[in-house]
Write a protein that binds this ligand. Structure first.
Ligand SMILES: O=P(O)(O)OC[C@H]1O[C@H](O)[C@H](O)[C@@H](O)[C@@H]1O
Length: 348
């Protein structure tokens, strides 16, 4: 039985009762959250929606590692190479859990730094930390069902170098087939600080060369493959035939990711996250990434909601709140059902 409990999960009042193999219930506010201790010994929270969709969240990295629709189809990409067991190693000699690396796939918050801009580790320091259940999500209303969970990551001594002391919260909600994320950063320091933030979404697609992204046309973007030079998007939709690593600036709050083959469109809606990152490593970079299968790039596309170009400035005690909503519409051009303008602008 893979069941190991370390009761140093701050803020979590653990009432373990072993219902069956590796199952735990953690008390979160007024309800008991079903938590799986998965085969890698990582605490995994299972969210379910009455319409049958589900999501699985790891405390490790505050990472969503599965989002399934009511037909139990997985909507997120997870690397074929990234088994989670090596993520979090119990180092006997140090007698404590030793963090490892970020998970390749799913959805994860990157805080304080984006990509390799600045001095912190790539894409921030929150992806390889153990988060906790947040027992005081105010001012958000308390959750009262199994479709939502509140996570929190508090700065530790290590972080107090830069950017000071903070509380990072993430509410994850499943509702009517939508996956809603509400990230919040509170400055608990006595000095202002600024940060970059992104929600990195690895979307599962049938074939990357058949995917179109609509809603970013005519925008300026920073090309991370061209020394961060700035360009203006000329195409009326973004399609993929090679490595792509761009930050679209001041993008609209609605973006459509159209997967013809699957007759599925992801609709990404966001708020207080003005930029949109579009990333696909393609074949060479995929081979170079140790935690990504060589052909995995064909089945994934990252479209991230982000605040990068203009870092967010927070005065002491101030709190920033973002919003991201992912949903899918089943459609295709040929059926005429999908007119991106209808998805993006609600034209009839
Ligand atoms: O390998 P990671 O730290 O997860 O970063 C993966 C990718 O994240 C972002 O999309 C950046 O734009 C890319 O430059 C980076 O390669």
């Amino acid at each position: 039985m893979s069941f190991l409990m370390l009761v140093d999960w701050r803020r979590v009042k653990v009432k373990p009762f072993v219902s069956n193999l590796g199952a735990l219930r953690l008390q979160q506010e007024s309800i008991q959250m079903p938590v799986l201790m998965d085969k890698d010994g990582l605490p995994r929270i299972v969210l379910t929606d009455p319409n049958g969709s589900s999501a699985e969240v790891l405390l490790y990295g505050g990472h969503i590692v599965s989002w399934k629709n009511q037909r139990k189809e997985e909507l997120l990409f997870m690397s074929s190479k990234d088994n989670l067991c090596h993520l979090w190693k119990f180092s006997i000699e140090q007698a404590k859990w030793k963090q490892h690396k970020a998970i390749r796939g799913g959805i994860s918050p990157s805080f304080a730094r984006f990509g390799d801009v600045g001095s912190l580790e790539q894409n921030g320091m929150t992806r390889n930390r153990m988060w906790s259940l947040d027992r005081d999500p105010s001012p958000l209303p308390p959750i009262d069902n199994h479709s939502s969970v509140d996570l929190i990551l508090k700065s530790t001594g290590v972080d107090l170098k830069k950017p000071h002391s903070f509380e990072l919260r993430l509410r994850i909600t499943l509702s009517a087939g939508k996956l809603i994320l509400i990230p919040r950063v509170r400055n608990t320091d006595n000095k202002p600080f600024s940060f970059a933030f992104s929600l990195c979404n690895y979307l599962s697609v049938s074939d990357i060369s058949e995917v179109r992204v609509e809603g970013l046309e005519t925008l300026d973007y920073v090309d991370n493959l061209m020394n961060r030079s700035r360009f203006t998007e000329q195409a009326d939709a973004i399609t993929f035939d090679g490595e792509t690593d761009r930050v679209y600036l001041h993008s609209p709050d609605k973006i459509a990711i159209i997967d013809h083959e699957k007759k599925r469109t992801f609709v990404l809606q966001k708020n207080a996250l003005p930029d949109a990152v579009v990333w696909n490593p393609w074949n060479k970079k995929a081979k170079a990434l140790p935690d990504l299968g060589d052909d995995d790039y064909k089945m994934m596309l990252c479209v991230n909601s982000a605040a990068i170009d203009t870092p967010i400035l927070l005065k002491p005690c101030e709190e920033w709140k973002g919003y991201q909503e992912l949903s899918t519409v089943s459609s295709s051009y040929c059926s005429g059902q999908l007119d991106p303008r209808r998805v993006l602008y609600g034209f009839h």
